[in-house]
Design a protein around this ligand. Structure first.
Ligand SMILES: Cc1cc2nc3c(=O)[nH]c(=O)nc-3n(C[C@H](O)[C@H](O)[C@H](O)COP(=O)(O)OP(=O)(O)OC[C@H]3O[C@@H](n4cnc5c(N)ncnc54)[C@H](O)[C@@H]3O)c2cc1C
Length: 499
């Protein structure tokens, strides 16, 4: 296994020339169907919790070459690759596992890049246990192949060997605007640049990357990894204009005039409100505001939110809640406590991140719902009045609805309360042409099967269409939209011969 390694880069000593590694067993190749009987699943080592809470660096090491080959060789190459079906991007997982098992890491990485514009990012943050790995056939008999960790290895290997091209393709002379620089915008801009389009990405914030940098903490995804991807995008010819909010700093109508098509990937960044008494007390903070401050420090637009020595209570049970707990522990909170109204089995947050949070000292009170936030004479939050819940029958979506247990009210002390109840799209400004775009009841943009909105030539995807979701789905929308935009423009006779 790789030793502790700050950015999880492969060290020189671990790297051997393509194709020179020996297969795990002298007689075995990846085509052997039963290697999984002899080889247990192994995950990359993690830095010990006491060490990792002392900094904000990523916590997982990278596999070494021998281990990655062994683990990839556990794939049984089944006729129906369910892992591919479980992947939002339809990644050709068995193909790159087979190549990895043979030590052909650069070829494996090339196959992985053929369906994903940010595999080194998705491999770090996708909840694989709910996606590809949950569908692995080995689940029936053993443990799944560690697909995410292998994807991360091969792509880091390709970066370390400078095997990822950054050249520009022949321009086709046509301009497209991408609004938002999160995974949806990145994937779409990348695909369009590869087709020769002149692409400008407009980003409202001073730092590009969307929630990959503003929301997701560096201990899950180091900022340098996102910057490396953005830098590659720019070297491929994409312009990124930060500090430019469409609808405020630049009119949507100007984009319609100056660009032949527009992709809106502006996410869902409006926090769902906390609708109980005391929600306006000082010390009650929206999760994303808190995480932006913790992730970006002095570079964030948010003033410092000190939690050192304080009791932090997080409301909610999704990935954002896990991130708040772990960020609070790293910011030296005295306590980081999660209140969630359902039980662990019904909690939406990733199990991997839940386990990491537990290891780092977070405490969970399941089946607990806040009724009121109570403040002191200075208007600072001091307690959460809670009630115990029990789960009733499953609702239409199959989730068991929680009901309050009479007489179970109790107080939980709190100096800071973080609200992590999810997000909806921010409504378009009424004075902007954006407001002409049709949206549904929760503000999600309505698109057709080509991801086109109600305005011809204006497309949308990612969280703006799906509601708060996952990076891989946003990337999928970005890729699909690039294809739809190209088809749309070709049908209108716009692109030149190189497109
Ligand atoms: C705390 C947190 C943790 C998460 N953890 C995970 C995880 O572990 N794994 C995972 O897969 N997903 C995770 N997600 C979800 C994931 O980050 C999102 O699903 C994904 O980033 C959505 O991508 P997007 O491109 O649609 O939008 P975003 O990433 O939200 O990017 C939208 C961008 O558009 C910009 N913008 C908004 N309005 C305008 C405008 N008018 N003009 C110009 N720019 C504008 C915004 O500033 C932003 O940068 C997490 C989300 C949060 C909040």
């Amino acid at each position: 296994m790789a030793e502790g390694n700050p950015l999880n880069e492969p060290t020189t000593g671990q790297i051997v020339r393509e194709g020179t590694m020996k297969a795990p067993f002298p007689t075995a190749t990846w085509k052997d169907k039963y290697l999984w009987c002899e080889l247990r699943r192994q995950d990359p080592s993690k830095r010990p919790a006491p060490e990792r809470i002392g900094d904000s660096r990523e916590i997982y090491d990278l596999f070494d070459e021998q281990t990655v080959m062994e683990q990839a060789s556990r794939c049984i190459q089944c006729a129906m690759p369910y892992c591919t079906i479980g992947c939002p991007l339809g990644n050709r997982i068995p193909e790159w596992l087979g190549l990895t098992a043979e030590g052909r890491f650069l070829e494996a990485a090339a196959v992985s890049r053929s369906t994903s514009n940010l595999p080194e990012i998705c491999s770090r943050i996708c909840p694989q246990e709910r996606l590809c790995e949950s569908m692995c056939t080995l689940n029936e008999k053993s443990e799944p192949v560690p697909i995410g960790a292998i994807e991360k290895f091969i792509n880091e290997y390709a970066f370390a060997h400078e095997a990822i091209h950054a050249h520009r393709v022949m321009p086709n002379g046509h301009k497209i605007a991408v609004v938002g620089s999160g995974p949806g915008g990145i994937a779409c801009a990348d695909e369009l640049a590869l087709r020769g389009y002149d692409v400008t990405v407009f980003e409202a914030l001073p730092i590009a990357g969307g929630l990959l940098v503003n929301g997701i903490p560096p201990f899950k995804l180091d900022r340098s990894i996102v910057n490396r991807r953005l830098n590659l995008l720019e070297r491929r010819g994409v312009r990124i204009r930060v500090n430019t909010r469409v609808g405020r700093d630049i009119a949507f109508e100007d984009l319609q005039r100056d660009y032949e098509a527009i992709f809106l990937a502006i996410g869902a960044l409006k926090p769902k409100p906390l609708d109980i008494p005391g929600a306006n007390l000082r010390g009650v903070i929206q999760a994303l505001t808190y995480l932006m401050e913790k992730n970006l420090g002095a570079q964030s637009l948010v003033p410092p939110i000190p939690v050192e020595g304080k009791r932090v209570v997080v409301l909610g049970g999704g990935d954002t809640a896990m991130d708040c707990l772990r960020a609070s522990i790293r910011a030296h909170a005295k306590e980081a406590l999660c209140l969630y109204r359902r039980d662990l089995a019904n909690m939406p947050g990733s199990r991997k991140e839940y386990k990491n949070a537990l290891e780092e000292g977070a405490v969970f009170h399941f089946l607990t719902n806040p009724l009121e936030l109570i403040g002191d004479a200075n208007g600072e939050v001091r307690e959460v009045r809670c009630i115990r819940m029990e789960l009733g029958e499953p609702d239409a979506k199959g989730r068991r609805k929680p009901h309050p247990v009479p007489g179970s009210e109790h107080l939980v002390p709190a100096d800071v309360v973080l609200i992590a109840y999810g997000f909806d799209p921010i409504p378009f400004p009424p004075e902007s042409g954006l407001s002409q775009i049709r949206v549904n009841e929760w503000g999600g943009v309505i698109v057709d099967e080509n991801n086109m909105t109600s305005i011809p030539g204006v497309f949308a995807g990612g969280d703006l269409v799906r509601g708060a979701n996952l990076a891989a789905f946003a990337a999928r929308d970005g890729r699909k939209t690039a294809e739809s935009m190209h088809r749309y423009l070709v049908q209108r006779g716009i692109p030149g011969p190189s497109a």
